[in-house]
Design a protein around this ligand. Structure first.
Ligand SMILES: *Cc1c(COP(=O)(O)O)cnc(C)c1O
Length: 379
């Protein structure tokens, strides 16, 4: 079966074999016996967190990374047993959930350390956490200038174990290397500081997909890959180096639900922003911006029909999009339209779609909304 039959014909195909192959490819790039955290935050970048994590766990994934405690709980409820790391830490009210679901949070605020220690003490447990250091991203993490004082203050928490030190890169996909090299030096200093102050963290991690690809000296003993694992590369990894062989995991498709021939001079869609210049064959697809097919693609994007590009004409509306198939004379109602993926010899990558929509591939795939059913495949 090629698509979910009780839905309108708009769906995303998720290749679990591409996902697990990509995981293995990335893991092979790591130095020494470093482990690889599969980042499955934001519903696995739109690919479906539970199914992706299950496939990855079966394939031997070492760790999972989520942004939110809620996302970690979703994985535990689905039976995921490997370590689950909360990249964004936890919210003040979520200390008990960290314990109950055996999650490992990033930690960077003293009041949250106090809170977590208190909840762990109540439960008679010791909770592992990883200290997040801000080496230059400027978002989350203890600033390096405050690190020693912060680490000293952690000593009083009997129910917490500082089991890792981590940071995050701001520019590892860039052409220039100086800023990432500075972040790596600061991170190494931070790890030394933590050790000098009497802690013995098991884990050191800094690299995202781009860091993993371009800075082997940043691999520590754990790297965290999201985008590259989903087969996103062109706007994720540095163009300075060859791209490893990674396969896109998501394909996004729809079908022509109406096809008509209109005379020259016919306005199409809201605001009549497109007016046909010639007699045209116009196809309507049941997909719109509520599905994540962004409105900015109006009069700008394109899809693949019968192995040829069909331009989007008029304004993308909430549930429907119009494309011009005048130059694809064999097009018929019911034909598959590829929004993301390959057809014939042509391809529309998430990176292509991102460029047309003035964004990055991350936002394209995470933006495919929950209204679009995901169909999981093992090829
Ligand atoms: C999202 C995220 C990652 C993964 O980044 P990719 O570029 O998708 O590999 C790694 N670390 C942190 C802290 C993140 O928030």
């Amino acid at each position: 079966m090629s698509e979910p039959s009780l839905h309108r014909p708009t769906w995303a195909e998720i290749s679990l074999s591409a996902l697990t192959e990509n995981y293995r490819t990335l893991k092979r790039q790591l130095t020494g016996d470093a482990q690889l955290m599969a980042v499955v935050k934001a519903n696995a970048y739109g690919h479906g967190a539970v199914r992706c994590a299950q496939a990855l766990e079966d394939a031997g994934a070492d760790w999972f990374g989520v942004a939110l405690v809620e996302e970690g709980i979703e994985l535990r409820r689905a039976g995921i047993e490997r370590p689950v790391f909360c990249l964004g830490g936890f919210w003040r009210t979520q200390g008990e959930l960290i314990l109950a679901h055996n999650l490992i949070p990033a930690l960077f605020r003293m009041d949250l350390a106090e809170e977590l220690n208190a909840r762990a003490a109540d439960a008679g447990r010791i909770v592992n956490f990883h200290l997040k250091v801000d080496t230059g991203m400027g978002r989350l993490g203890v600033p390096v200038s405050e690190l020693a004082e912060f680490v000293r203050a952690l000593k009083r928490f009997d129910h917490l174990k500082l089991d890792g030190v981590m940071t995050h890169f701001a520019d590892a996909d860039g052409i220039e290397t100086a800023y990432t090299e500075l972040q790596i030096r600061r991170f190494e200093d931070a790890v030394s500081t933590v050790r000098e102050l009497g802690f013995d963290p098991t884990w050191r991690h800094a690299a995202n997909s781009a860091g993993l690809h371009a800075y082997s000296q940043s691999h520590g003993n754990l790297a965290r890959a999201g985008a590259a694992m989903y087969g996103l590369t062109l706007d994720v990894l540095s163009p300075r180096l060859a791209t490893p062989p990674l396969r896109p995991v998501m394909v996004w498709k729809s079908r022509i639900v109406m096809l008509k021939t209109v005379p020259a001079g016919t306005p199409l869609g809201y605001g009549c922003s497109f007016i046909t210049a010639r007699e045209s064959r116009i196809a309507t697809l049941p997909v719109g911006y509520a599905d994540g097919f962004r409105r900015v693609l109006s009069n700008r994007g394109r899809v693949l029909v019968r192995g040829q590009f069909a331009p989007v004409v008029g304004i993308v509306s909430m549930d429907l999009t119009i494309v011009d198939v005048t130059d694809i004379p064999t097009a018929e109602p019911g034909d598959e339209a590829v929004l993301l993926g390959t057809q014939g010899g042509l391809a529309i990558s998430a990176e292509d779609l991102a460029k047309q929509a003035d964004t990055i591939s991350y936002e394209v795939v995470t933006g495919v909304s929950s209204r679009v059913p995901r169909l999981y495949q093992n090829r």
